[in-house]
Design a protein around this ligand. Structure first.
Ligand code: GTP
Ligand code: MG
Length: 282
């Protein structure tokens, strides 16, 4: 069993008592930087199933003016913004909604490739509190590829309305990453979310994410051989183990990415992590 990530902010106000206009939030020293990104100390990705409130969280943290454009080579919109918190500058990337890292729609590929290959400093997974079980599929997949994550259980107001109670502390213990309940449309819980992002970004909190059990020995050996080959062919390839497992599973989209040279390009550019978004087309 994983241990709970230790957060000095654990004693902060419960989500229901915090809101964007209250003293806690003001005291958080949040400065919305909108499009004024420039140098960022940390890159934070907002991932999650469609319609869970990622863009609402994004707007609340960065302000209304944001940098939008397309992801290089795709017609998928890319939104970037920035904020400053406790003296650190954060670049926030709002990813398209995705049900699974194994999916192949263009939107989902963009999200998958960013998480896998750009390796944000913190991945905030935004989940719908009223559909938590279904959302956990993506949460567990993301926790397989990063150990710097925060789970934001959003729409807590809706969950409450339906009489649902979410035990965020137990979830944090089970998942091994900080879990924050929010009602982003009302600004509730955002102060705690900011603190959790900072805790993980700065390493103050070390996550011990829930991971699937090790595969059987025969498969382990096949993965090891493939990882070696991949790392030789693509020096600097992040998450080579994940790629190897997808290849062994016969994942057509990964095979195609190798055939077409897209994987090489992703590794070369580290999936546009450092590339500024293109100006929005009128
Ligand atoms: N009740 C309630 N509604 C919310 C909350 N957060 C977001 N919403 C609403 O949920 C809807 C979807 O929000 P978005 O922020 O667009 O969700 P998203 O995850 O960015 O959606 P996609 O980008 O399409 O995947 C909007 O109508 C929001 O106003 C919340 O905490 N409570
Ligand atoms: Mg959105």
């Amino acid at each position: 069993m994983n241990s709970t990530p230790q957060s000095p902010s654990a004693a902060a106000l419960p989500a229901s008592e915090a809101c964007a206009s209250c003293a806690v939030f003001r005291a958080a020293r949040l400065r919305k930087l909108g499009v004024r990104i420039g140098h960022a100390d940390f890159v934070v990705a907002l991932a999650g199933n469609p319609n869970t409130g990622k863009s609402t969280v994004f707007n609340a943290l960065t302000g209304l003016r944001q940098h939008t454009g397309n992801w290089p080579g795709k017609t998928v919109t890319r939104a970037e913004g920035a904020f400053e918190y406790n003296g650190h500058r954060y670049k926030l990337v709002d990813l398209p909604g995705t049900y699974s890292l194994l999916s192949t729609s263009p939107d989902e590929q963009v999200a998958r490739d960013f998480l896998l290959f750009a390796q944000p400093d913190v991945t905030v997974i935004v989940a719908d509190a009223t559909r938590l079980e279904r959302n956990l599929n993506l949460v567990l997949q993301v926790l397989e590829i990063t150990d710097r994550a925060v789970l934001c259980v959003n729409l807590m107001d809706e969950a409450e309305r339906h009489g649902l109670q979410i035990d965020t502390r137990q979830l944090a213990r089970d998942l091994g990453v900080p879990v924050v309940g929010t009602a982003a449309r009302r600004g509730q819980g955002l102060a705690e979310l900011l603190q959790a992002i900072e805790d993980v970004a700065t390493g103050r909190v070390r996550c011990r994410p829930h991971r699937l059990p090790e595969p059987p020995p025969a498969l382990r050996e096949a993965i090891r051989v493939l990882v070696e080959k991949l790392e030789r062919a693509y020096p600097g390839l992040p998450n080579a183990r994940w790629v190897a497992m997808r290849l062994l599973a016969g994942d057509e989209s990964i095979l195609n990415a190798i055939r077409t040279g897209e994987l090489a390009e992703l590794v070369r550019s580290r999936t546009v992590r450092e590339t500024a978004a293109q100006p929005a087309t009128p």
